[in-house]
Structures are given as structure tokens and as C-alpha cells.
Design a protein around this ligand. Structure first.
Ligand code: F6R
Length: 235
């Protein structure tokens, strides 16, 4: 697509059609900069649709972050998705990064996704190191929701959301690659030259845990929506 806004419109059309067909559809939500054009394009398309029963599961959360921190993914999802789209906050879940319950948080999240019937459409961004969710290089393709350590690269990339890199948490709880692969349709978005190498590796490179995004090649239904710059290393 020529630009991120066009990608946002394309994916928002698809999501609106899913909601129209099934008002209880289960969406897989990503955070970060990449999905924002989708979320921004959605309200105009949801006018007249009943969104009160739409369900959603976020990909990941920082572990041990103050729940009131504006960059906790719970707050990002509330601010960028739940409120502007008018969704029911009770039906939109984010992995629980609280330290007290972290031991069971992964299993609890997997059980909640399964109880909802699984994710229909999973929005994905990709990290410059090829991560999807926060499955950093080396993640098992069979992995479920669990605690991971963020790489130095990812902490550096995400420092823009915090006052300093020291504030970026060291750990996260993320849906696993196995969890992501269970969604029925994956929609991977990427914009800008900085994502070109990760996109080429994910789409055309070897399927390898060294580039977690390459797991999408194992899925029967994937849409990759990229701008020219992010597509520039594709053969
Ligand atoms: C966010 C997530 C990550 C991001 C990736 C790209 O929920 O799971 O995989 O999609 O880090 O981040 P942005 O979009 O900010 O470039």
C-alpha cells in the first residue's frame, strides 16, 4: 500500500465486516505504533454497528509496570482502542503483568482465549529484530503465553514511549508463537525502512526461531500489509 493510512483503512474495513457478521467476534489486538492507523480508521466504519459484545485479547504487557503508568499496555489499549471504539472494557483483556499473580498469568490468559473460542483476526506488528508479540529471537514456535526478557534492541526501540531507557521494563508477558498461530487469520502490518529487513525475513527468509516473525509462514491464512519502504527488501 502507498502509506500507513491506506493500510489502516484496508484492515479496518475487514474488521468492520467481521463485526457486522458476528457481533461477538474475538479480535487479537497489538500495541505499539504500527496498528494505530487501523484503530484510527475504525470508529468511522463502526457507526451503526453493535460493538457492545466484541471481544478482544491484547498480545502482551510489561511485567511489573505500575498499572497506572500511561504506557502500560492495559492503559494503551484502553486509550487507543476501548474508549475510541466504544467497546466494553470487561470484554477486552490484556495479559496481567502484576508480579503477585505472574506465575499463573500465562495459563490464565490461554484459558481465557480458549474459553472465548479463539481469536478470529490477529493484528500483528513486527519488531526490528523480527519479534511478533514480544517473542524475541529464540522463542519456541510452540510457545504459549509466558514471561520473556526483552532484548536490549527492543528496550531501545520502545524507549521513545518512556522518559528514559532505564524506565523501560526488563520483562514482559506475551502470547507465545503457538498462541498467535492458533488465531484464524493473521494480519501483519509494517511501515518504514526500519522494518524492511524483518519483513523480508518473516515473509521470504528461512523459517527460524532466530526470526520469530517467520512463524507466519506456518500459518494457512496470513495477510501482510506493508508500505513501499517496509517492502523494499522483498525479492
Ligand atoms: C506490540 C507488539 C510488538 C510490536 C512491535 C513493533 O503489542 O506485540 O510486537 O508490534 O514491537 O512495534 P511498533 O509498532 O511500535 O514499531
Amino acid at each position: 500500500v502507498p502509506d500507513a493510512a491506506t493500510a489502516g483503512a484496508l484492515v479496518a474495513d475487514e474488521i468492520a465486516a467481521l463485526i457486522a457478521a458476528d457481533p461477538e467476534v474475538v479480535l487479537g489486538l497489538a500495541t505499539g505504533s504500527t496498528p494505530l492507523p487501523v484503530y484510527q480508521a475504525l470508529p468511522a466504519r463502526l457507526a451503526g454497528l453493535d460493538v457492545s459484545r466484541v471481544r478482544g485479547f491484547a498480545l502482551d504487557e510489561y511485567v511489573g509496570i505500575d498499572p497506572a503508568h500511561p504506557e502500560s499496555y492495559r492503559n494503551v489499549i484502553r486509550r487507543e482502542v476501548v474508549e475510541p471504539l466504544g467497546l466494553d472494557p470487561e470484554r477486552i483483556q490484556v495479559p496481567n503483568g502484576a508480579l503477585e499473580t505472574i506465575e499463573h498469568a500465562g495459563d490464565d490468559y490461554e484459558a481465557a482465549i480458549a474459553a472465548a473460542g479463539g481469536v478470529e483476526l490477529q493484528i500483528l506488528g513486527i519488531g526490528t529484530d523480527g519479534h511478533i508479540g514480544f517473542n524475541e529471537p529464540g522463542s519456541s514456535f510452540a510457545s504459549s503465553t509466558r514471561v520473556k526478557t526483552l532484548t536490549a534492541q527492543t528496550r531501545q526501540d520502545n524507549a521513545r514511549f518512556f522518559d528514559s531507557i532505564d524506565e523501560v521494563p526488563m520483562h514482559c508477558i506475551t502470547q507465545g508463537l503457538g498462541t498467535i498461530l492458533r488465531a484464524r487469520h493473521l494480519v501483519l502490518l509494517a511501515f518504514g525502512e526500519g522494518k524492511a529487513e524483518a519483513v523480508a525475513g518473516a515473509v521470504e527468509g528461512a523459517v527460524t526461531a532466530s526470526l520469530p516473525g517467520s512463524a507466519i509462514q506456518l500459518h494457512p491464512r496470513v495477510s501482510v500489509v506493508v508500505d513501499e519502504a517496509a517492502a523494499s527488501r522483498l525479492r
